[in-house]
Design a protein around this ligand. Structure first.
Ligand SMILES: *Cc1c(COP(=O)(O)O)cnc(C)c1O
Length: 346
């Protein structure tokens, strides 16, 4: 299925460096459940990357990472402020509510899938009575579900507002690497330095097969988190195979090169689409997904040639997601087929 790579960044495989680390970990016997040198090394590398003495846990996927991290900060009578199209709301089948025994998600609107400080403030100050689920956490997605990125200033303002209001700040970083690549800042500059308490750091979409890291910058929030992971079926017994690929990803900044490649592929696609009459690029793109409105003959023509991409119901838009594995040749082949489907005028 040659055209699959634009459906999502999880259609790609392992990047070679992570694959190599996995192979290296496959020697001899080692202690289980995380008490092994690969896990220690991966944790050390994440601490170095963030320049912070964080508490780190490896889990199998992003839904578990988000749901368990949020549950760790909440009682069942609390609420979590999130954007109305956030992954935690729209794509996790109620896992945050389930693992927190009923903590309610309170949905906020916001342009380009971003929360703004004044909306967080309004949501908290609107009601403070005993009848309302008490706001406890705000969660932001970086990069967002619409391929935009929060700036350092935007996050600084959100972090300050949250902490003033007594909220913890959680970041869904399934595409954190793409955000760092887009902004060109140090990882600390968009996390603990601006008040992020917990980050779910994405590995899967960045070039490994399985795994996300839950990074607690405020270590006290991680109390008993290991038990939470175990109960949820998220403690790998052969943990070295979950953690070793992280070493391959983090060594020599492969994570960043992977993210830059994905972002650059989306930029190349954007430039190409803008030059094809009839195709309308939707919104601003900072990261590795491009949203565009394609006339039906072009969209159908691409699908007929085997390309896969998501439709956004209601908006008439389509999403083209690039990964670490998307090459210039892939993008150019898609563009050539789009031009062919557009007809002689293009
Ligand atoms: C992909 C993704 C996740 C993780 O999804 P899983 O399928 O559970 O690994 C989390 N947040 C966002 C924004 C995502 O795009």
């Amino acid at each position: 299925m040659p055209g699959c790579q634009f459906a999502s960044d999880n259609t790609a495989g392992f990047c070679p460096e992570a694959w190599e680390a996995l192979a290296q970990a496959n020697t001899g016997s080692m202690s289980s459940y995380g008490d092994d040198p690969w896990t220690a090394r991966a944790c050390g590398m994440i601490r170095d990357l963030f320049e912070h003495d964080a508490e780190i846990f490896f889990v199998f996927n992003g839904t578990a990472a988000n749901a368990l991290a949020l549950a760790a900060m909440c009682q069942s009578y609390h609420s979590i402020l999130c954007h109305e199209i956030a992954h935690v709301e729209a794509d996790e089948c109620g896992a945050p509510e389930f693992f927190s025994n009923g903590t309610k998600l309170l949905l906020l609107p916001g342009e380009r899938a971003k929360l703004r400080p004044e909306m967080i403030r309004r949501a908290v100050e609107r009601r403070r009575d005993i009848h309302y689920p008490k706001p406890r956490v705000a969660t932001v997605t970086q990069a967002t579900e619409l391929s935009t990125v929060y700036s350092v200033d935007e996050l600084t303002a959100i972090g300050a507002t949250c902490h003033e209001l007594g909220l913890a700040l959680h970041m869904d970083g399934a595409r954190f690497a793409n955000a760092v690549a887009s902004l060109g800042v140090a990882p600390r500059a968009i996390t603990w330095e601006v008040g992020v308490d917990v980050l779910c750091l994405g590995g899967t979409k960045n070039g490994i097969a399985v795994g996300e890291a839950v990074v607690f910058f405020r270590k006290e929030l991680a109390a008993e988190f290991a038990w939470r992971c175990k109960q949820a079926g998220q403690l790998a017994s052969k943990m070295r195979f979950l953690s070793a690929p992280w070493v391959g990803l983090l060594e020599n900044d492969v994570w960043l090169a992977n993210a830059r490649r994905a972002n650059a592929a989306a930029a190349r696609l954007e430039a190409g689409f803008r030059a094809i009459p009839g195709i309308e690029v939707i919104g601003r793109r900072d990261a590795n997904a491009l949203f565009a409105r394609l006339p039906a003959p072009i969209a159908d023509g691409l699908r007929g040639r085997g390309w896969r991409f998501y439709d956004f119901i209601g908006s008439g838009g389509h999403r083209f997601m690039c990964s670490w594995a998307t090459t210039d040749a892939d993008v150019d082949a898609l563009l050539a087929d789009a031009r062919a489907a557009a007809g002689p005028a293009a």
